[in-house]
Design a binder for this molecule. Structure first.
Ligand SMILES: Nc1ncnc2c1ncn2[C@@H]1O[C@H](COP(=O)(O)OP(=O)(O)OP(=O)(O)O)[C@@H](O)[C@H]1O
Length: 324
């Protein structure tokens, strides 16, 4: 990589509950040939994934390193929610030898990527009136877990607020959703949004509907979506419909809390796979089902970001802004 001297390079990593994606960036641009993907279950911890990456890139030296992880970050220590991994700044220095390091929540990184995603990678779901460029935006992530972050444009730069909103409890609108909530609560002790709106949540919804029908069966999220596509399994179709409805309700709630007149952006592996069915399974109706505020909900556009590496771009942008 001779055309990119070490003092311009940043190592960026997106650590999800299932997969870690790592790349090098020059400024805000990812270097496509350096993008690598690792399956988390093959590694004992985050430090070893990062060390593996540095080795796979021939012992590369970088000026900065930024990791975005699926879990809360407090006082410079990130803790994964769906994996027994933590990372702190010293470990990140050690693993990458970078001078500047930063640890973000993965949805914060997704927020920092807004404005840098190629238009081809943004799929519109609901249109809304145009808003000023400083209007608040909201990213919602549905993958191994669920989370959301509002994105604020301030006079001193962009601020993306972290949250753990996937661990708030499920909002219930129908008797059937109440039964799903009770099913989730029986298994987990608490019916969190993430227990339905995630890959495992889709699988759990499928099991719930099968159990209700007297034919309990398990299928992976990918197989459920393949069955929806082929139309061969009515329970899979119903699971996707229930999932989409719950997603509309939760996204509508978050919109009312944050007022993202600049748009809502759905990101993550499950969001990308469910995107073609949002219209067919009534996302829009559930999103707008807010009583007197049903008309007000037309202020919010919704899109799906189809770029699997958006969080890496967000890490690069964040580092470029704080260490130009
Ligand atoms: N074809 C598919 N349809 C729906 N869901 C799928 C499909 N393939 C994989 N998934 C689900 O996507 C999830 C992984 O999504 P993603 O790649 O965004 O993960 P991640 O970045 O590790 O997650 P997170 O950041 O939420 O922790 C898994 O729960 C998996 O079951």
């Amino acid at each position: 990589m001779p055309q990119h001297p070490a003092d311009t390079l940043t190592l960026v990593a997106d650590i999800g509950g299932t997969n870690t994606r790592v790349a090098l960036a020059d400024g805000v641009s990812l270097l496509p040939e350096t993008i690598r993907r690792y399956s988390n279950r093959k590694f004992p911890g985050l430090e070893s994934v990062l060390r593996q990456y540095v080795e796979d890139e021939g012992g590369v030296d970088c000026k900065g390193a930024c990791v975005a992880l699926a879990g809360p970050v407090r006082d410079g220590v990130g803790t994964m929610t769906n994996l027994d991994w933590t990372i702190d700044r010293d470990t990140l220095h050690r693993a990458t030898r970078a001078e500047h390091v930063s640890i973000l929540n993965d949805l914060q990184a997704q927020g920092h990527a807004l404005g840098l995603i190629a238009p081809d990678n943004i799929r519109p779901v609901i249109e809304a009136p145009a808003a000023p460029s400083q209007a608040v935006r909201l990213v919602i992530g549905i993958g191994t877990g669920f989370n959301a972050s509002p994105v604020f444009e301030t006079e001193t730069g962009r601020f993306v607020a972290p949250s753990e909103s996937g661990h708030a409890n499920l909002p219930i609108r129908t008797p059937h959703e109440l039964k799903l909530c009770e099913f989730v609560e029986t298994a987990h002790g608490f019916p969190a949004i993430e227990d339905v709106l995630s890959g495992r949540g889709l699988e759990r919804t499928y099991l719930f509907l099968g159990t209700e029908a007297g034919t309990p069966r398990e299928k992976s999220a990918a197989d459920i979506m393949a069955a929806v596509e082929s139309g061969e399994d009515a329970i899979a179709t119903e699971a996707a419909r229930l999932f989409v409805h719950m997603l509309g309700t939760v996204a509508g709630n978050l919109a009312l809390i944050q007022l993202p007149f600049g748009g809502i952006y759905l990101v993550g592996g499950v969001a990308r796979h469910i995107a073609p069915y949002l219209d067919r399974f009534g996302f829009d109706d559930a999103f707008r089902d807010k009583g007197r505020f049903a008309g007000f909900m037309k202020n919010f556009s919704v899109s799906v970001i189809e770029d699997d590496y958006a969080a890496l771009t967000g890490c690069a942008s964040h580092m470029h802004n704080i260490y130009p």
